[in-house]
Design a binder for this molecule. Structure first.
Ligand SMILES: Nc1ncnc2c1ncn2[C@@H]1O[C@H](COP(=O)(O)OP(=O)(O)OP(=O)(O)O)[C@@H](O)[C@H]1O
Length: 227
């Protein structure tokens, strides 16, 4: 489902004399449906950079990243947008939303974009918000003023609303208490059970050990080591 082959990445710092920073070389791995893989490695090793390439925010310098039937290295922006709508979900650590949009709508939006009928999209959003213990009195408010943990749970509800075949998770349990952390781990396990291919960064080692089948240490892809 997710197939990364010989990916390299470098950054050119145009405002610093065109300095070139080579951060990745020869990154190759596959994630099967129903499998969860954790990206590990020391700070600065390239976990976030790899995640951004998997989501299509950064373009790899070479190699291929196949998710579904799209190669993110070659894809046109409209193909990436379609992939994100239908196939590739992403739960980032922080919620980014359009101001003044109510929470219920924030969570139901990905379903509406897929053509799911309004009552069904809203019912699904309500179910997830309740499961993630967001008080019902908050559902009609914009999440911009919510606490860090509340915002993260809204983000998780949004990311799990549609059964994406591929899912990227950036520290999905970072700001959560024990109860909500357990709910998120159950959601990840359920996604795997229905066949999602999951890649995540988990600094929460216990969570990682529970839901991940395998770890990939991205230090193995840093140019000095890979050379
Ligand atoms: N936009 C960018 N421009 C220039 N260099 C960058 C950029 N993004 C990342 N880097 C560099 O790439 C390297 C990898 O960074 P990255 O954020 O991917 O590491 P990480 O493993 O996610 O670290 P952490 O665990 O601290 O978040 C670092 O040396 C960083 O400075």
């Amino acid at each position: 489902m997710i197939e990364v082959k010989d990916v390299s990445k470098q950054f050119v710092l145009h405002n610093q004399g065109g300095a070139v920073i080579r951060v990745m070389q020869g990154a190759s791995f596959t994630v099967q449906p129903g499998e969860c893989v954790a990206l590990t490695g020391a700070s600065g090793a390239g976990k976030s950079t790899l995640m951004r390439m998997l989501y299509g925010n950064y373009r790899a310098a070479s190699g291929s990243i196949r998710i579904g039937d799209v190669d993110l290295v070659e894809a046109e922006p409209r193909e990436i947008i379609a992939l994100r709508r239908e196939v590739l979900g992403y739960v980032s650590q922080f919620l980014r939303v359009v101001p003044r949009v109510p929470t219920l709508q924030v969570v139901a939006d990905p379903l509406r974009a897929l053509g799911v009928a309004e009552p069904e999209a809203e019912a699904q959003a309500r179910g997830l918000l309740a499961r993630l213990n967001i008080p019902e009195r908050l559902w009609d408010l914009s999440p911009t003023t919510f606490s860090g943990g509340e915002q993260q749970r809204v983000n998780i509800a949004r990311g799990f609303a549609h059964p994406y075949p591929a899912l990227l998770l950036d520290e999905p349990t970072a700001s959560l208490d024990a109860t909500n952390r357990a709910v998120v781990l159950e959601l990840i396990e359920a996604a795997k059970a229905r066949g999602a291919a999951v890649v995540g960064i988990f600094h929460d080692a216990e969570a990682r050990d529970r839901v991940c089948d395998r770890e990939i240490d991205v230090t193995g892809f840093t140019p000095a080591r890979a050379a």
